[in-house]
Design a binder for this molecule. Sequence first.
Ligand SMILES: [Ca+2]
Ligand SMILES: [Ca+2]
Ligand SMILES: [Ca+2]
Ligand SMILES: [Ca+2]
Length: 322
Amino acid sequence: MKRLTLVMILSLAFAGMAFGHAGTTHFVPTVPDPTAMNIDGDDADWGWHDDDFATFPDDIVDINGRAPTSDGDYSALIRWGWTPPPDNGIYFFTRVFDDTLRAADYETKGDWWNSDNLSHAFDFDHGGGVVTGNSEVSELENGYRIHIAPFYANAEVGMSMGGLAGDPAESPHWSCCDPWGFMDRILLPADADHLSANVEYSIEYKIHPHDVYDPAGPDNTVPHVNAADQIVHLAAMFEDGDGPDNNNGHRWIAAGGEAGDVQWSDNMVDHILIQTVDSLEGYPCGSINGGNGDPRFAEQCASTATAVDNATWARIKSHISK
Ligand SMILES: [Ca+2]
Ligand SMILES: [Ca+2]
Ligand SMILES: [Ca+2]
Ligand SMILES: [Ca+2]
């Protein structure tokens, strides 16, 4: 019921807008104050994120339609947020419960895909096409991927840029890390290890998006510039291997996603960046542990900028409920 109401509200709000591909559409709210976001793996700073925009465990399904192997096999909650330039960030938080942590391949980031990991793919300009870059680096003109392992050796670099042609040993690539990407995670119990039972972990990150990604560096990378009402392609797939020999484990996604969504951007879920704050003007830069905004817009960071009000979304909802 809640979801239906949201769809009705937004179909009114965006009447006349050209929607993307068929299938599920998710709505991504605006982070009201990026300076208050602490990229630490804890969701204490996500109180502004309305549950209407979240994906809850009941909506997480196996991409191939396979049933869970037990009640506690896997569950995840997902929250997305975005900011306009100069912060120009994509924010993400997830909390996961897993009956068995598979972490055999954590030492080499290029191997993370073979253990439990969060596999993300992005096609921010919604252009479609293959985004693996496994054998054709030109595919990265369409979009790109990242892997995040809940269990990793070096907390200073917590993302692996996945599937980049010709350079697997070099992973992670430049875009994973400061000043382009920031992440942290909390794994419980803290001494969890390969094949530990019943683990909980949270992952939080902030990245600056690209339309064309050059693994060589930022010079020939085309930035994606976030704006309200944009339709972007985002894919989030949790790979869940539970045994000593990988893998053929479950691949969990938000319901409505399609198989192959981390290879082909046409299969990714449409996400619409919506304005849920009063104004997008004069946005502050940066977040705690999350850098000083998108380096490509650094000169626009106003030293006097203050946090904007997060009242708009609440007003929309209060109107609807009357
Ligand atoms: Ca946080
Ligand atoms: Ca599992
Ligand atoms: Ca693209
Ligand atoms: Ca697992």
